[in-house]
Design a protein around this ligand. Structure first.
Ligand code: NAD
Length: 472
């Protein structure tokens, strides 16, 4: 049981001005595994004032010194990786064997990447008679979701601190415990008081108080398109810079020369990772019509091999979803798919056998899905793959580009040049060819209603910088 009674403000563990608490549930037992304070707008104000007061000294420190501080955060995260992984597996439900390298290993790598980048990044350049200076934006509010909680926090906090910004973090109230562990690491790393602050609570109360606050210069948000829209509206009142990483409905396009058997295995794996709660998951499998039935047969076979169960035990490939709300939502989408006439080839809306506790959903595959169906358009955020037949390359691209989202995608082909031509026509922020791996130095972010702004590498650092032109 992790009981966190206090917020981290101005370098100290500080009691909330409110009296409320939020219970954090274990996704596989449905039992309370921790508690956090339910902050108030007063707490937010205190945290923002601390961040504002710390800004000038932090932003004018030499970059090499900020790199040393980030190195100590990196080392602290590394030292606590087992504790972090177990906490996240409890909160989110991802199997522990995957959570350690993905949920904790990636944030450690990303923190390290900013240590290195600070050693080579040019904060100044001469353009004609101007000295162009890159300077920290100011006080940044980071608001993050629950599905890869530490990863999404570090994707913001590491580059923001590297840039010289000061931060107020509001993690998801559904999986916040890892953020409190991070605050402990940050404290032990000797980050100066006020540079990093943590408040906890719900989006409409604590999140909006941050977005509205006149002393916050930028909001960096990851979460649903719905909340992103609301944040843009509220932030407009004070003309804040806003970076949004939102939802997705990404397509994997299989070209007719691809090896269907190995592709289907990889796409199902990508779709079901973290029980399908991955914003960039390839949740639509687009195949030439002639290959459709075989793709459906293969996908059903792969889905059946996904053992569902306790994420702390070795044999489970698929843990529970994060919450009852999420489980209900996903089951309703599955029922809707059946009602709209898609063919259910694996899984279904009923609970998996033998699991009386935990927010489990069966690994599910629909075939014969057409573009106008709800399950082809909306983000389900569960272990549900839809298979869609297409007529030719133009048709595949029309279907792939035919949603409000544009976060990610994939192309599978034996001809890499052909795959690249197709990738260039996809309206998404990233495309993986033949299973290309996640690259922590490449820009990550969305087109269309998947948001704007980019995270990771130098693109992620630049999000938190202003340009100043000094004419000489
Ligand atoms: P959510 O939008 O409900 O919540 C995300 C965060 O925003 C939480 O901290 C929440 O408290 C806060 N929030 C909610 N309403 C708010 C408001 N009105 N003002 C300020 N803050 C508010 O999303 P979620 O359910 O936690 O996460 C799932 C969603 O996140 C999915 O749609 C998923 O696709 C998306 N996501 C996107 C990315 C990406 O990088 N593009 C990554 C992960 C998740």
């Amino acid at each position: 049981m992790h009981g966190f009674e206090k917020l981290y403000i101005n370098g100290e563990w500080t009691p909330s001005r409110g009296r409320g608490h939020i219970d954090v549930l274990n996704a596989s037992t449905e039992e309370v595994m921790g508690r956090i304070p339910e902050s108030t707008a007063e707490d937010v104000d205190l945290a923002v004032r601390a961040a504002r007061a710390a800004f000038e000294a932090w932003s004018t420190r030499p970059a090499a010194e900020r790199a040393q501080v980030l190195q100590r955060i990196h080392d602290g995260l590394t030292a606590r990786q087992d504790d972090l992984a177990k906490t996240i597996t409890g909160e989110v439900g991802m199997p522990l064997g995957l959570a350690k390298p993905i949920q904790v290993g990636t944030p450690i790598t990303v923190t390290g990447s900013y240590v290195k980048l600070l050693q080579e990044f040019a904060f100044e350049e001469q353009v004609g008679n101007s000295l162009v200076v890159r300077e920290a934006v100011g006080v940044v509010a980071c608001i993050t979701p629950w599905n890869y909680p530490l990863h999404q926090i570090i994707a913001k906090v590491a580059p923001a601190l590297a840039a010289g910004c000061t931060v107020v973090l509001k993690p998801s109230e559904v999986a916040p415990l890892n953020a409190f562990l991070l605050a402990e690491v940050i404290h032990e790393a000797g980050v100066p008081a006020g540079v990093f602050n943590l408040v906890s609570g719900t989006g409409p109360v604590v999140g909006e108080a941050l977005v509205r606050h006149p002393d916050v210069d930028m909001v960096s948000f990851t979460g649903s398109t719905r909340a992103g829209r609301r944040i843009s509206e509220v932030a407009a009142a004070t003309i804040k810079r806003v970076a949004l990483e939102l939802g997705g409905k990404s397509a994997a396009i299989v070209l007719d020369d691809a090896n269907l058997k190995s592709v289907v295995k990889r796409v199902v794996g990508s779709c079901f990772l973290n029980s399908g709660q991955t914003c960039s998951a390839h949740t639509r499998l687009l195949v030439p019509r002639a290959m459709h039935d075989e793709a459906a047969r293969l996908a059903a076979e792969v889905a059946a091999s996904f053992t569902v169960g306790d994420p702390f035990k070795g044999e489970a490939k698929l843990g529970p979803l994060i919450s009852d709300t999420q489980r209900t939502r996903v089951r309703e989408y599955i029922q809707q798919g059946v009602r709209e006439g898609a063919t259910l080839v694996a899984g279904g809306a009923e609970a998996p056998e033998g699991l009386s506790k935990g927010y489990y959903v069966k690994p599910t595959v629909f075939a014969g899905v057409t573009p106008e169906m709800t399950i082809a358009q909306e983000e389900i955020f569960g272990p549900v793959l839809v298979i869609m037949p297409y007529e030719d390359e133009d048709d595949a691209l029309r279907i792939a580009n035919g949603t409000i989202y544009g976060l990610s995608g994939a192309v599978w082909s034996n001809d890499v040049e052909r795959a690249k031509r197709v990738a260039r026509r996809m309206r998404t922020g990233q495309v993986d060819i033949n299973g290309g791996r996640f690259n922590p130095l490449a820009p990550f972010g969305g087109y269309k209603q998947s948001g704007h702004g980019r995270e990771f590498g130098r693109y992620g650092l630049e999000e938190f910088l202003e340009h100043k032109a000094v004419q000489l």
